[in-house]
Structure formats: C-alpha cells, structure tokens
Design a protein around this ligand. Structure first.
Ligand code: GDP
Ligand code: MG
Length: 246
C-alpha cells in the first residue's frame, strides 16, 4: 500500500518497480492531492481510495491499513510513493515475517552504507541517530532507525493494535511502533538504500524539529504506560481481548 500525497511525478516509477509476482494487491490512498496522483493511479489500475480533503500522513495510513485488512491481506507492506525507497526489496522486507521470525519489519536506511553520501541531509542524519537511540532505550530494542517509510506488518499486528487512536500526522509512524512493542510483537529490520532527490522529502528543518519534539513526548507517555504509572489507551493491546468461539 502507498499513502500518497502529491506523488504524481514519482508514483509510476515506484509502481513499475514493485515485483508483481510477490505483491497480490496494490492499494493507493490519495490524501487530497492537488497534482496528477489520482490520474496516474487510475492509469496504473491500482485500487484507489480517495480522501475528500488532506487529513495528513497518519490519517492516510489509517485508511491504507483498514482497506488492506478488508482486502484480506496476510502481510501488508507500506512503501512511500515518492520513490525514496526501493520497491524491488518487497520480497526481502517480508522474508522475516514469512520465516516466522518477526511481526513487523522496518526498511532501515541507516543499517549499512553511508546515508549522507547517498544524499540524506546531515542534520536529518544526526537527528535520526539521536532519536533512534532514545527510541531503542524506551522500547528496549536495538534497531538502526525508526523513521523509515518502508515497513511490513503481519496482519495480526494491524488487528492487535488500535492504530485508529494514533495521530493523523507524521508521528503516527512512531506511535504504531510503540503500540506493536506494547502488544509484544517482534520487530526487526533489513537494510535498504537511501535515495534523496527534490521530490523525495518535503520535511523542512522546522517541521522536522516539531516532529522530534513530538517523538520525545510520545516516548515519555509510552514509558509512563510501560512502567504502569499512567495508562495511555493508545498503548493498550487489543490482542486476546476476545477469541472466536464457533
Ligand atoms: N506531507 C504529506 N505527505 C503525505 C500525506 N499523506 C501521505 N503522504 C505521503 O507520505 C510520504 C512522506 O512524505 P515526505 O515528504 O516524503 O517525508 P520524508 O521522506 O519522511 O521526509 C510521501 O510519500 C507522501 O506521498 C500528507 O498529508 N502530507
Ligand atoms: Mg520521502
């Protein structure tokens, strides 16, 4: 699934490189784009869902996952349609799930190679590293980054966390990881290359700073929840709330 917002110039390239023998359904959710995203998506014959206005990146993913579950997906892969991540790596990103070794797999740009040499602005690299360190500490994990737009989920994860309670903005990406950790799902990562070019990112320095502060706030509430000091409904697992009897 591809959460799209003004991805008209990169959507075709991204779609064309998706390995069609691995992917059974491609869903695109258009979050009120003002460019040719919808036309291109229709030409490509994708399953398209359209928001009546721009609700934000998290809101977009909520529709993506809801519709992917409704379509019966066993494994859901999100890739940004801005061609920043290599769509040819879908078989690799789902492999740990197929092997039964992970429930969530993140495509990490910081696991190997040099993201800065590949075009990541240095301040994004430094911030990414620092926030990753804090998130590793709060989540008791050892990942190389959490800020990627390339992710694979087992169906049970999307059914077992209350992602509709998450933010409609960019912080959604971190909240859903916190929820997966809370629910006891296993998270792993694979290395993916970094690609930076003008259409690959719209996050300005100011917006990235706000994002960083929101992550710190989220980690604070997550930690209080984890320690049993203050409950956040968002981090309550839906797993095992009920089972099917007949
Ligand atoms: N900025 C923005 N992006 C959205 C929205 N909904 C979906 N997206 C998609 O989210 C992706 C991430 O945005 P981008 O600017 O590339 O962020 P970055 O790569 O993380 O710096 C893009 O592929 C957009 O198409 C939205 O409401 N706002
Ligand atoms: Mg991007």
């Amino acid at each position: 699934m591809m959460p799209a917002y003004n991805a008209g110039r990169t959507l075709r390239m991204t779609y064309e490189e998706l390995p069609k023998d691995t992917v059974s359904t491609v869903i695109l959710v258009d979050d009120g784009s003002t460019d040719a995203t919808l036309e291109v998506a229709r030409q490509l014959g994708l399953q398209v869902f359209v928001h009546n206005r721009n609700y934000g990146y998290g809101a977009n993913q909520k529709t993506c996952y809801t519709e992917a579950l409704r379509a019966g997906a066993d494994i859901v892969v999100m890739v940004h349609p801005d061609y920043q991540y290599d769509p040819r790596l879908v078989p690799q990103i789902i492999e740990p799930i197929l092997q039964g070794q992970a429930d969530v797999v993140l495509g990490s740009r910081l696991k190997s190679g040099s993201p800065i040499a590949q075009g990541m602005p240095w301040w994004k690299y430094v911030a990414n590293r620092a926030l990753t360190r804090l998130e590793n500490w709060a989540f008791a994990l050892d990942l190389s980054e959490y800020h990627t737009g390339y992710r694979a989920f087992r169906r049970e994860v999307l059914e077992g966390v209350n992602f509709l309670l998450d933010s409609d903005g960019f912080i959604f990406d971190q909240e859903i990881i916190g929820q997966a950790v809370s629910a006891g799902f296993r998270i792993s990562e694979i290395a993916v290359p970094t690609r930076y070019f003008p259409e690959a990112s719209s996050a300005s320095f100011a917006a990235s700073t706000v994002y960083g502060v929101k992550i710190l706030t989220m980690l604070f509430w997550f930690s209080l929840h984890r320690l049993g000091l203050r409950r956040s409904r968002r981090f309550d697992s839906l797993r095992a709330r009920y089972t099917r009897l007949t």
